[in-house]
Design a protein around this ligand. Structure first.
Ligand code: ZN
Length: 169
């Protein structure tokens, strides 16, 4: 597989940690860069299509099997992140971000503001809402699977003691 997570200007390979924090400036040549948007969007779509069922499965296992199910769900989730970390550099090419009009024989001005905004808070909130929705969805299975054992047995007074007049002679 071709290692695509490289600087388009100088060819420096970016480490796999870029999966969690993609560089917006090459650490070697300082060129302003970003993940190529089409590849980035497709990669995010594939990760989401795989990730959402994993979150739902984890919530289901947690509701049906308690702590053991939660641990299995977290392990599967960590495996999903691990696969993304492993395959990230093969599916994430980078491109140069033009932040200025080149002038011949003039050095490029330094990049002060990152050219691509980061979405850490949106990612955390979105993932949290996904997990919350999956837990609520999985909560319905608890009622379906455990109705006799989870509900307390109702206690009624003896029918004969409450309605003596209705008893036929
Ligand atoms: Zn570079």
């Amino acid at each position: 597989m071709q290692y695509r997570a490289t600087c388009p200007s100088c060819g420096t390979r970016f480490p796999r940690s870029a999966y969690f924090r993609p560089p917006h400036q090459c650490p070697s040549c300082r060129a302003a860069i970003r993940p190529e948007p089409t590849w980035d969007a497709r990669g995010n779509a594939v990760a989401g299509i795989i990730g959402i069922p994993i979150i739902m499965l984890g919530a289901y296992l947690t509701v049906t099997h308690g702590v053991a199910g939660l641990l299995v769900g977290v392990a599967i989730f960590a495996g999903w992140l691990f696969l993304g970390w492993v395959f990230y550099p093969y599916f994430t090419p980078f491109e140069l971000v033009v932040t200025h009009t080149p002038v011949p024989d003039t050095p490029a001005p330094p990049v002060i503001i990152p050219p691509v905004p980061r979405y850490h808070l949106k990612t955390v909130v979105g993932l949290g809402l996904c997990i919350l929705g999956a837990v609520i969805w999985a909560g319905f299975f608890k009622e379906l699977l455990h109705p006799p054992t989870t509900r307390p047995t109702p206690t009624y007074p003896a029918p004969a003691a409450t309605t003596p007049a209705s008893a036929p002679s």
